[in-house]
Ligand binder design. Structure first.
Ligand SMILES: [Zn+2]
Length: 608
């Protein structure tokens, strides 16, 4: 008698974007079973109600229909009397994001959370998956285990040891390009679906360096092998797109055709390619930090409703700190380039007033409704646990280095978290809010001459930084490492670019190109734009009666005088309005980091 449950998926209905699925449940003891679909996917903290895409669900025993009773939006009761049963259903899949599922005549992709109904009582059983080959020239890439009869990249039989593993292995099916490489003796696969003109030898070389860096960081004292036997980068390429979702032996990535290195320009390191490498580095770091080391609230994941944690600043913030830092540490970018990226992060955190209204703990806790469901007010009213969390990680790294005379670093904190995970094995209970600072304290007190009072001071400061609604003070600490942090004005036309002009007027809004004038995307609190009554989604068509566009906007405002009344004309909800706007002098709002003492900077750069 089989104890495993068996899913079969076919992909013929590409034009209707429907997966056809049958689920076979073997003979079992209970008289009835509850079946359900998760409402969210680990790594993306928003209730997405995946079950809303289920169509035509029905249950059978020996081909005869049996009753399936709906319990709520995502679960059903099945009265089986313990007999073998089959459920048939379809899943509508037409979302290009990395979080759900997609099917058309060019490509199929799915996360298990979108397609595999969970059967209560069978969560720990073996989960078999048959992928039925459509009449198309497609291949398969997934972190699911292959049965011995299924060669790599082929349709056929796959399996997972339990339901948690099943839904942690997304599946990419199309006519993709596969690039194989080994890191630390472990096979890695870069799967590229979609149009690209990449210098693949270069991509392979850079990915190898980044993966090796992370393995070295975590596995320095644990054998130098990653915690998986093979790894898959499932990369979907669209003309424009960005996203990533981490899993235990794979990641689903979304990037742009032009994020890859141009084969005709071997010396160029484009912004797009830096962004792609940083994304890869980020998701790969998650293999340890969040896929295995987790907040206690995620051990185990409860996927039927929101799961609140106060610790995302650590799991996303520290991961974000290392994603760019590892580009420098592997020699892909210079330290000056690294400081530019980090300066942009500081500028982003400081740009709006969000960090004065929300602390890092609240930012983590309310991710479900605030970070993942951002309204146009986000820049003014919330702070990101990614960006501000990465600044707290920077503070932690430099604080540990300073207190230990650069003999320890945040790397040692990560290794201690990892050692705890490895030691506890099946008894691992996850991290608590004070786990990291406890490790920092013990690192500082062992092997250095630091006093208890100093260690207590660091602990108190850390809690203030977590709880305060204020910027993280970094200038003094950075100065100890030979880096000057100063504030510089931004350009009038782009709040993210520094201006070297003496005349640098400030309006305080972000915009994009529009058919008519420019469309406002964000308005900063207390800015000249807000005072003039400009709002998100307004189309500004003229300033001082000069018709504006994205192309001439900088030229127009740079010719205007400061603190002088000008008419601004804009369209809101189909009506034309005129208002008065005054340009103010640029506020010093962008951060810029510069090395002023190269010798001191080495104690930040060193891998210890
Ligand atoms: Zn992340």
């Amino acid at each position: 008698m089989s104890t495993s449950i068996h899913y079969q998926i076919s992909f013929e209905q590409t034009n209707a974007h429907l997966f056809n699925i049958t689920l076979d449940i073997p003979v079992h003891s209970p008289k009835s079973l509850k079946i359900s679909l998760p409402s969210w996917i680990p790594g993306s903290y928003m209730v997405r109600d995946f079950a809303k895409n289920i169509v035509n669900i029905a249950a059978f025993q020996q081909q005869k229909p049996i009753e399936l009773t709906a319990l709520d939006k995502q679960s059903w009761q099945l009265n089986t009397q313990g007999k073998a049963s089959q459920i048939q259903y379809q899943v509508y899949a037409f979302d290009t994001s990395v979080r759900t599922a997609y099917l058309d005549n060019t490509r199929g992709f799915f996360n298990g959370t979108s397609v595999f109904l969970q059967v209560e009582g069978f969560e720990e059983s073996k989960q078999l998956v048959s992928l039925i080959k459509p009449d198309l020239d497609w291949k398969v890439a997934t972190g699911l285990k292959r049965s011995s009869a299924t060669p790599k990249y082929h349709f056929g039989e796959y399996y997972a040891d339990n339901y948690a593993e099943l839904i942690d292995c997304p599946v990419e099916i199309t006519d993709f390009t596969a690039v194989e490489f080994e890191v630390a003796g472990t096979p890695h696969h870069l799967i590229l679906s979609g149009k690209q003109y990449a210098d693949l030898a270069r991509v392979k070389q850079d990915l190898t360096k980044l993966c090796q860096h992370h393995i070295d960081l975590f596995e320095k004292e644990t054998g130098g092998k990653p915690p998986f036997s093979e790894y898959w980068f499932l990369t979907n390429i669209l003309p424009s797109g960005f996203g990533g979702l981490e899993h235990k032996n794979s990641t689903a990535l979304l990037c742009s055709t032009f994020d890859f290195p141009n084969i005709n320009k071997p010396d160029e390191l484009s912004e797009g390619y830096k962004t792609f490498l940083s994304l890869v580095s980020h998701e790969y770091f998650h293999n340890w930090n969040v896929c295995r080391i987790k907040p206690e609230e995620f051990v185990p994941y409860r996927l039927n409703r929101e799961s609140y944690t106060k610790q995302l600043w650590a799991f996303e913030g520290i991961t974000s700190y290392y994603d760019d830092l590892s580009l420098f540490r592997t020699g892909i970018i210079s330290f000056e380039d690294y400081l530019k990226l980090k300066s942009q992060t500081i500028s982003r955190v400081n740009r709006g007033k969000g960090q004065l209204k929300q602390n890092l703990i609240e930012s983590s806790f309310y991710t479900w409704t605030k970070f993942y469901q951002q309204g146009p007010d986000a820049v003014n009213n919330i702070v990101s646990y990614y960006t501000k969390g990465s600044l707290l990680a920077l503070w932690l790294d430099l604080t540990v280095r300073k207190a230990t005379n650069a003999t320890k670093s945040l790397d040692d904190v990560m290794r201690a978290l990892w050692a705890d995970f490895v030691d506890k094995g099946a008894d691992y209970k996850g991290t608590q809010l004070d786990t990291i600072i406890n490790i920092v304290n013990s690192l500082i007190l062992s092997g250095t001459t630091a006093s208890d009072a100093h260690s207590t001071h660091i602990r108190e400061t850390f809690y203030q930084l977590l709880n305060n609604k204020a910027p993280i003070p970094l200038a003094e600490l950075l100065a100890d490492f030979g880096v000057e942090l100063k504030q510089v004005p931004s350009k009038a036309a782009s709040l993210l670019e520094t201006s070297s002009d003496a005349h640098s007027p400030y309006l305080g809004f972000m915009f994009k190109e529009s058919k008519l004038g420019i469309e406002v995307m964000q308005v900063l609190e207390d800015s000249p734009a807000e005072k003039a009554g400009i709002s998100v989604q307004d189309n500004i068509i003229a300033i001082d009666n000069i018709v504006v566009s994205k192309a001439n906007f900088a030229n127009v405002v740079n010719n205007l005088a400061l603190n002088h009344d000008y008419t601004v004309s804009y369209i809101r909800n189909g009506e034309l309005f005129n208002s008065v706007i005054q340009l103010s002098d640029a506020v010093n709002e962008l951060s810029q980091m510069t090395v002023i003492d190269a010798e001191k900077a080495k104690s930040w750069q060193a891998i210890v």
